[in-house]
Design a protein around this ligand. Structure first.
Ligand SMILES: Nc1ncnc2c1ncn2[C@@H]1O[C@H](COP(=O)(O)OP(=O)(O)OP(=O)(O)O)[C@@H](O)[C@H]1O
Ligand SMILES: [Mg+2]
Length: 420
């Protein structure tokens, strides 16, 4: 039978603790070396400076330090050793020191002190427990470092995830927002086809009809391009050179869009513009997109004919935010980011539909939350509205009463037209 493989001696592979002995007297230095040489790796120093140098160049677990030495005092060495490596555990050897000196040593984080001439057993116990402490502390330290690394890795992972999620949402938003103008374009092309298909020759009025529709199509194509540009800008994080657009002009554009929107038929639709036009400190396409989403929601809230109204107003005072309370009927969004300085524009989109049930209200701004059929809703509309309001540093208020209807009000920072 083969002889068993030779294994290393037990404990041989284990890291041996390191012990630094600092004493200016040869006798105690050597006797301490003899006592501990089998258990630890020993470093000897006859004075403070060489002890510090040894600690700088080696990893020391425990030091035995004579408090009374010629040259640099034990207390000073203690302080410097702790400075080199706070993890070094130091056992002080004392002779006839006052309690004051001892207190000072403990304040400098010596872990123990032993009277000279020392008793062997006491010294062994003191060094063993200091060694244990040093090992434990270094383990705790290593673990804390590992934990920190892990935490920062997790944090990075989270940020990456959030970024790719936002990116995903933005791409979905482009498709969602472009869908509206595309529907209008496709409707107009159908109309033109009908007109052309029914006649063998194009009359003057046919030509006028087609020209007029082509204008709308061109506007909608521009709109699509702007939407995609805006979202790509989102991904690139644009600066603060926000354009200023006359608000009533935006309402007129919105009116055109809404009147040909497929969700519009059968419902009453009224727009009340500003009495005196003002500019909004926000991207015009964003404003239209916000209001279009809210208006389409208002049309879709119930299939039966009902009324949807848009009303714009000017506020010459900042909004009194304390007057708003979140409740099952009311919400105010983006308070933290809101630029609440007058003048402000308020635009309300009001419907007299069924209202929003309190159990649904907390979810309506979540992406992909919808109570509609998948053909009618993706659940992105209000999420986009919220994001655009936040981007423009506006605020969004919602009030809903079951059986009576819902009003969404957007507050935008405004500027007088003259200053644009
Ligand atoms: N004016 C309203 N009246 C009643 N419920 C509303 C109103 N506006 C929004 N909601 C509710 O909020 C939900 C989320 O609206 P959101 O605009 O985000 O998505 P959607 O309209 O369902 O789909 P999408 O806008 O993506 O086509 C709606 O499904 C609806 O239940
Ligand atoms: Mg919607």
């Amino acid at each position: 039978m083969d002889a068993p493989a030779v294994s290393s001696a037990p404990g041989a592979s284990k890291h041996k603790g390191t012990l630094l002995i600092v004493d200016d007297e040869e006798g105690p230095r050597q006797s301490l070396r003899v006592i501990f040489k089998d258990d630890y790796q020993i470093f000897l120093a006859a004075d403070g400076p060489s002890a510090i140098e040894l600690a700088q160049n080696n990893q020391i677990d425990v030091a035995i330090l004579d408090i009374r030495m010629a040259g640099m005092s034990g207390l000073e060495v203690l302080e410097r050793l702790k400075y080199v490596d706070p993890g070094i555990e130091v056992v002080m050897m004392t002779a006839f020191e006052t309690t004051d000196t001892m207190r000072q040593a403990l304040r400098l984080r010596a872990c123990d002190y032993i009277n000279k001439p020392f008793d062997l057993a006491t010294m062994r116990t003191a060094v063993a427990s200091a060694m244990q402490r040093a090992t434990l502390e270094s383990e705790i330290h290593t673990n804390a470092e590992k934990l920190q690394e892990l935490l920062s890795e997790l944090q990075n992972q989270k940020i990456e995830e959030q970024m790719s999620q936002t990116r995903g949402e933005i791409y979905a938003s482009i498709i969602h927002d472009i869908n509206g103008p595309l529907t209008v374009i496709s409707g107009f092309i159908q109309l033109m086809n009908q007109r052309i298909g029914n006649s063998t020759r194009l009359e003057v009025e046919d030509l006028e009809f087609i020209k007029d529709r082509l204008k709308t199509i061109t506007r909608q194509v521009t709109n699509c391009i702007e939407i995609s540009r805006r979202y790509l800008g989102f991904l690139r994080r644009h600066g603060d050179d926000t354009p200023r657009v006359p608000f009533n002009q935006l309402l007129t554009d919105l009116n055109h869009l809404v009147r040909v929107h497929p969700s519009r038929p059968n419902h009453q639709f009224n727009v009340r513009p500003l009495v005196e036009d003002f500019a909004v400190r926000m991207n015009g396409t964003d404003v239209i997109q916000i209001l279009l989403n809210l208006t389409v929601n208002a049309f879709q809230c119930i299939p039966q004919p009902h009324t949807v109204e848009i009303e714009a107003g000017l506020l010459t005072e900042p909004l009194n935010l304390t007057a708003f309370k979140d409740s099952p009927q009311e919400r105010l969004l983006n308070v933290e980011n809101f630029r609440n300085t007058a003048p402000l524009l308020s635009v309300s989109v009001r419907d007299n539909g069924p209202g929003i049930p309190p159990e649904i209200l907390p979810k309506i701004f979540q992406p992909y939350f919808s109570t509609k059929s998948s053909k009618q809703g993706t659940g992105l509309g209000l999420n986009i509205v919220q994001r655009l309001v936040k981007e423009g540093r506006g605020a969004l208020h919602l009030r809903t009463v079951l059986g009576q209807g819902t009003t969404f009000t957007v507050y935008f920072p405004a500027v007088p037209l003259a200053s644009t």
